[in-house]
Design a protein around this ligand. Sequence first.
Ligand SMILES: *[C@@H]1O[C@H](CO)[C@@H](O)[C@H](O)[C@H]1NC(C)=O
Ligand SMILES: *[C@@H]1O[C@H](CO)[C@@H](O)[C@H](O)[C@H]1NC(C)=O
Ligand SMILES: *[C@@H]1O[C@H](CO)[C@@H](O)[C@H](O)[C@H]1NC(C)=O
Length: 208
Amino acid sequence: MRVSTLLNGFAFAATTVAQSSTGQACPANSVSRFEPCICPYGTDFQYSTTWAILGVSAKDFSTYTSSFYDIAWQGVTNLTRNGPDKTVGATRTYQAPTSVGTLTFTEKLDSFQTLPDGSYIARFSQFNVPLEYGTGNGTFSGYWITFDAEYTAEYETALKWDIYACFTGTPFNFGVVHVNALNALLKVMDTAGLVKGNTTGPYYVQTF
Ligand SMILES: *[C@@H]1O[C@H](CO)[C@@H](O)[C@H](O)[C@H]1NC(C)=O
Ligand SMILES: *[C@@H]1O[C@H](CO)[C@@H](O)[C@H](O)[C@H]1NC(C)=O
Ligand SMILES: *[C@@H]1O[C@H](CO)[C@@H](O)[C@H](O)[C@H]1NC(C)=O
């Protein structure tokens, strides 16, 4: 079955990647790469993956999440757009309240692919590198995100939300941020009558 294959894939990816920060150098300048890599000297590598089987149609999920700019569902504010939506090279700047302070992030869309069934994959990366935590005990020194939503059945969408990051100081808990955002989104979609299937997760694993 497709879903269980995906889930096995998730578990496999999480264990193999988590142990491997070997390989090629992570870019110092936010040129995107989406494979395990060695962070720039003086920064540390972290990996997190969040996954779920969502009881919503892939098309509805895409309507709510696939815009590079309509990301209030993630709790962010003051968003600035630069470039056409869903277009490689677009950048967005926004404020996000995080556990390490309310910070201003700029991210660049590195690729976007979608299918008529609502499946899509967006890859984007941190552009304003480095970004110091407001709490003073760490730095986002580059991150690369893959958001992969896949049609699996009429009211079933498999989601995998991966991030590789280089940081200094304290690792940031991306997994809990992503899980909270998805749970909040599911509530909104449920209120809109769009949760018509069963949901498993979201869950996350990460390298710390
Ligand atoms: C948006 O930015 C303005 C100006 O920097 C700031 O005063 C305001 O608090 C911000 N709003 C939110 C919700 O972060
Ligand atoms: C980083 O700073 C925040 C806020 O002061 C604190 O909650 C957190 O425990 C600190 N982390 C470490 C590892 O020092
Ligand atoms: C959801 O799960 C319940 C209980 O396992 C099952 O009866 C139902 O058919 C499932 N619904 C869908 C849409 O798969």
